[in-house]
Design a protein. Structure first.
Length: 296
């Protein structure tokens, strides 16, 4: 059956909401609610009002405390109603960064209850963040635009997010520790000066993937892990896609992207970390996300 043919004329049945943890912009049928960056005693109304460059300058200067807060239920209620007004949708898939690193998904559940008489809001804890979530919601928005049902969109977004592999290199774990986002990486905090851990996401938490001794070896292993993940996708007949995240590390990101491309033929997209994520990662962060194009 052609699902696009089932959508009412002039109305999109399903729209999506996510947060700044997805590191993607708003799009047709997709609203991105920004995470909040708090600098000293001032609260930026939206994290996007602080550019990544400004965030790096503040963090490197070290004179003001920087932290974050999640999206509020009220902001999400407003996002749901605005989407309904603009798209005519009556269902919303609200997919957010892992509930183990942010309270935003719980805020979404509260917001969904507020609008329950107006909209069918399905809240999804993606268990991840970065482009693993970004690709998922973008693909979900494309399916929704084509007439996909809320169940189909919810399934696709959840599957896309869960099937991606993500690794991060951080110059220091101190920012994660201060923000309470260390998760399963807690075991290496005490020896962080002696190692350069590669981090991953396990069960929605930050965990250690590997321990290496130098930045150069860490980045080499980041490339090796990404290439192996791409090879696995190709071996089963799929097409891989790759994103390289960076914060104040554009030269390193370009090199990682070039190395992955030369070994796999896949041209990665370089994506700057959203400031709301960058607060906990810190300057010098590099990340690699590998997913599959078109698989359901």
């Amino acid at each position: 059956m052609d699902v696009a043919a089932t959508a009412p004329a002039g109305r999109q049945r399903v729209a999506l909401v996510t947060d700044g943890g997805a590191c993607v912009p708003d799009g047709p049928g997709l609203a991105v609610t920004p995470l909040h960056v708090l600098v000293g005693d001032r609260r930026g109304a939206r994290s996007r009002e602080i550019t990544p460059g400004e965030l790096v300058d503040i963090m490197r200067a070290g004179r003001e405390r920087v932290s974050t807060s999640g999206v509020s239920p009220g902001e999400l209620v407003a996002a749901y109603r605005d989407l309904a007004s603009r798209t005519g949708c009556r269902s919303v898939v609200s997919a957010h960064l892992s509930g183990r690193v942010s309270g935003t998904v719980e805020a979404a559940r509260q917001a969904a209850a507020v609008v329950a008489d107006e909209l069918d809001v399905r809240v999804l804890d993606s268990g991840t963040f970065g482009m693993a979530l970004g690709w998922a919601v973008q693909d979900g928005a494309a399916l929704a635009a084509g007439g996909g049902t809320v169940e189909e969109v919810l399934h696709l977004v959840g599957h896309r997010a869960a099937s991606c592999r993500t690794w991060f290199y951080l110059d220091t774990l101190e920012h994660l520790r201060r923000g309470g986002r260390v998760g399963r990486a807690q075991a290496v905090v005490g020896s962080a000066l002696a190692i350069k851990p590669l981090l991953t996401i396990t069960d929605g938490e930050v965990a250690v993937a590997e321990r290496v001794r130098t930045r150069s070896r860490a980045l080499a292993r980041l490339v090796d892990l990404g290439v192996a993940a791409c090879d696995t996708i190709v071996e089963r007949g799929g097409t891989a896609r790759v994103a390289v995240h960076q914060l104040d590390a554009i030269a390193g990101a370009d090199q990682v992207a070039a190395d992955v491309s030369s070994r796999t033929g896949v041209v990665p997209t370089v994506v700057e970390l959203d400031p709301g994520m960058g607060v906990h990662a810190g300057p010098g962060t590099l990340g690699l996300v590998v997913g599959e194009v078109g698989e359901r």
